[in-house]
Design a protein around this ligand. Structure first.
Ligand SMILES: [Zn+2]
Length: 308
């Protein structure tokens, strides 16, 4: 099967996340960059984030917690507009982050049978027909049960979507060419940013985060670094649209953006599966797929006719 893209066909990227806000905190500048190049980008959000906390003190007020599901849908819609992407919910319920020893809620995503969840994602893959799929690595990026589940479900759906024997009622088989895992917010990123800020005499609030990484935390192995510094401002606007989740005066919003653009101007990925020939390292998620035709991500794409 020739997996290179048909000349004239727009490239398509699917980014699968656990909760609203994850698309803006992991790989958002990459999404905005590809949108600007004419790539058709679909964010899939597995859950509604219903059991999330309110992490912005200014939003921790009466009426917010009680209506969190609706508020997070509205925040997601605002972030979607800012990033210029399409977005779909997969329709599962947030598992929350139970304390050690606490059981998971019975209705939640993390206890949904993997086959059922993968079936829904297979149907979306067959409908949208992405060339590239991005999700978390096997650790989930951090140990939230929905993030680990998102990884498992996405890998299962990536494998099954092209197999006519699997989920026969879920649309025409489609084989995405590449699967990537995010390398966002790695220990290397925090250490590099901390050192750069300190060397410039700027305050770094990253001591505490760095101290949380175990000394023997494995160094990330990035295969693919996508230059996207000119879209960090779009990323930041999308993040702030998730007002219940992002404190504009804390955490990730604090560090100097000029320093970040200078010392870490990329978002980073690990290529997990490829059905096309690749040469590593890469700087483009679509490396090996482009046919150098207009409308394939290096210029404006023709209007989509798929109804997305
Ligand atoms: Zn999340």
């Amino acid at each position: 099967m020739n997996l290179r893209v048909t000349p004239g066909e727009p490239l398509r990227l699917m980014s699968v996340h656990a909760h609203p806000d994850d698309e803006s905190s992991k790989g958002a500048a990459t999404l905005a960059k590809y949108v600007a190049e004419g790539v058709d980008v679909l964010v899939v959000t597995c859950t509604g984030g219903e059991r999330g906390d309110v992490l912005n003190p200014a939003m921790d007020r009466p009426g917010v917690r009680e209506n969190l599901a609706g508020i997070r849908r509205a925040e997601m819609a605002a972030a979607r507009e800012i990033l210029g992407v399409r977005q779909r919910f997969l329709g599962f319920t947030d598992s929350g982050l139970p304390a050690a020893g606490e059981p998971l809620p019975e209705d939640c995503f993390a206890v949904t049978p993997q086959e059922e969840a993968a079936g829904r994602l297979v149907a979306l893959i067959r409908e949208f027909r992405p060339h590239v799929v991005v999700t978390y690595d096997e650790t989930g990026g951090y140990p939230h049960p929905d993030h680990v589940r998102t990884h498992q479900v996405t890998v299962a759906a990536f494998e099954a979507a092209g197999d006519p024997g699997r989920f026969p009622g879920a649309g025409e088989p489609w084989r995405p060419a590449k699967l990537y895992y995010h390398g966002a917010l790695s220990k290397a990123w925090f250490r590099t940013m901390h050192d750069a800020l300190t060397a410039r005499g700027l305050d770094s609030a990253m001591h505490a985060v760095l101290a949380e990484f175990p000394d023997d935390a494995p160094e990330p192995e990035f295969t693919t670094r996508v230059p996207c510094a000119e879209y960090f401002a779009v990323r930041d606007r999308a993040l702030l649209a998730h007002a219940t989740q992002i404190d504009p005066d804390g955490g990730f919003m604090l560090h100097d953006r000029d320093v970040e653009r200078e010392v870490w101007p990329t978002e980073d990925y690990r290529l997990a599966r490829s059905r096309v020939e690749v040469v590593l390292p890469e700087d483009d998620l679509f490396a090996g797929l482009r046919t150098c035709e207009p409308g394939q991500g290096r210029g404006p794409a023709p209007a989509s006719t798929t109804g997305w």
